[in-house]
Design a protein around this ligand. Structure first.
Ligand SMILES: [Zn+2]
Ligand SMILES: [Zn+2]
Length: 127
């Protein structure tokens, strides 16, 4: 007599939540690092401001994005070019994670804008 609950909805919500948390976290450590350090690339020593600021990224010295000590001791501000070099040298390519979260936000989340649009399409096909 037990009704089976549709768990896929819960799972999607959970995934969305995890994704959101991740983006929030990345944004947060970047903002914190930008408040803590001068906006200068640690390698080429170029200065960044305004629109250019998104070319300045947060490098994790131990390459662990989850290691974000409040004193910023694991962070280094690097421009995207020097950052890429740094990781090419180390053979690690997972740093795109923390790069310019603004870009992601600007993308319209089409399916989420109108969750019923797809549903409406399905109903019509069944007519
Ligand atoms: Zn640089
Ligand atoms: Zn890095």
């Amino acid at each position: 007599m037990s009704k089976k609950k549709n768990s896929s909805v819960g799972r999607e919500a959970l995934l969305a939540e995890v994704q959101k948390t991740r983006v929030e976290r990345d944004k947060t450590y970047r903002e914190r690092a930008l408040k803590m350090f001068p906006w200068i690339c640690g390698r080429c020593e170029r200065e960044f401001e305004g629109k250019k600021l998104k070319e300045l990224t947060v490098h994790h010295k131990d390459h662990n994005h989850d290691n974000n000590p409040p004193d910023g001791s694991n962070w280094e501000l690097l421009c995207i070019y020097c950052h890429e070099n740094e990781h090419a040298r180390e053979g690690v390519a997972d740093w795109y994670d923390g790069l310019a979260p603004e870009e992601e936000e600007r993308k319209p989340a089409e399916p989420l804008d109108n969750p019923f649009a797809a549903l409406g399409g399905l109903l019509k096909e069944n007519e």
